[in-house]
Design a protein around this ligand. Structure first.
Ligand code: AMP
Ligand code: ZN
Length: 114
């Protein structure tokens, strides 16, 4: 998708601090971290929101969850844990319309979020 910042990161047209990559998934540090540890995990496929998912996309998101656990293990979060959240549509706080999950850790995380 031409004007999508995350597609540009996937295509290496925009730099990012990548921490995990495979055929379907990319994970990189959030440019405006909300916690000491703030990683974004995205499918390489451009899917604007969960409502735009097509057949087979669920498998990709399953792999994304596995990648999130691997990233958390790699960064030593096994004991302290982490939060994995996704904002779907503007009303929920979505700003970039390419599905992504925020992996947050490294500070006390309150619930419910604001
Ligand atoms: P959301 O509000 O859920 O759509 O989250 C979008 C996230 O993308 C925000 O936390 C931004 O800080 C982050 N973000 C936007 N542009 C970039 C970028 N070029 N590199 C890394 N993170 C970005
Ligand atoms: Zn995109």
């Amino acid at each position: 998708m031409q004007d999508c910042i995350f597609c540009k990161i996937v295509n290496k047209e925009v730099p990012a601090d990548v921490v995990y990559e495979d055929g379907d998934i990319l994970a990189f540090k959030d440019i405006n971290p909300q916690a000491p540890f703030h990683i974004l995990l995205i499918p390489k496929k451009h899917i604007p929101t969960f409502f735009d998912m097509e057949e087979g996309d669920g498998q990709i998101l399953g792999k994304l969850h596995e990648a999130a656990v691997q990233v958390a293990r790699d960064f030593g979060l096994t004991e302290s844990g982490f939060r994995l959240v996704s904002n779907c549509r503007a009303g929920a706080g979505q700003v970039v319309f390419h599905i992504h999950y925020h992996l947050l850790a490294g500070r006390e995380l309150n619930w419910p979020p604001g």
